[in-house]
Structures are given as C-alpha cells and as structure tokens.
Design a protein. Structure first.
Length: 91
C-alpha cells in the first residue's frame, strides 16, 4: 500500500516538473518598433505558401491524369464490347 502511494507521489512530482518546465518565457517589457525587430524573428511565409500550393496542384494534376487514363480504358472496353456484339447495335 505504501509503495503504491509512493509511486503515485513520484509520478505526480515528475508530471508537475514537466508541466512547469514547459511554461512559455515571460513577455518583453517594452514595445519595439518594427524597424528594430531582429530579422531572425521573421518567417518566410511566402515560401511555405508556394510549396503548399505547388503540392496541391501537382497532386490534382496526377489525380486528373489517373482518371483520364482509367476513363480511356473504359471507353476502349466499351468499343470492343460493341464490336463483339453486333446484334445489340441494331435498333
């Protein structure tokens, strides 16, 4: 019984230590104009947008290409079926 209480307390202390260590840093105390902000704090958002849109467009083009190939195969099979069954072609 004492061992389970001891293990529970240790788990609680270790979990609390992780939570307290993950706290965000304190905010800055004064306002900095945009001209004084170091360039290391700027993210290259334009590059991420271009990569994301390129990925989506390439994926869309590949999907359309697969659909086009599959539709072409189905149409070829339908033409072959019409040639094999001439009695169905007569109205």
């Amino acid at each position: 019984m004492m061992r389970s209480i001891y293990l529970s307390m240790c788990a609680l202390v270790l979990t609390a230590a992780d939570v307290l260590a993950a706290q965000p840093p304190a905010g800055q105390s004064e306002f900095l104009p945009l001209s004084q902000v170091p360039p290391s704090e700027q993210l290259p958002g334009g590059a991420f947008v271009v990569v994301a849109y390129s990925f989506i467009w390439v994926g869309t083009m590949v999907y359309v290409w697969f659909l086009w190939r599959r539709l072409r195969k189905v149409e070829d099979e339908m033409r072959a079926l019409q040639r094999r069954t001439p009695e169905l072609n007569q109205p």
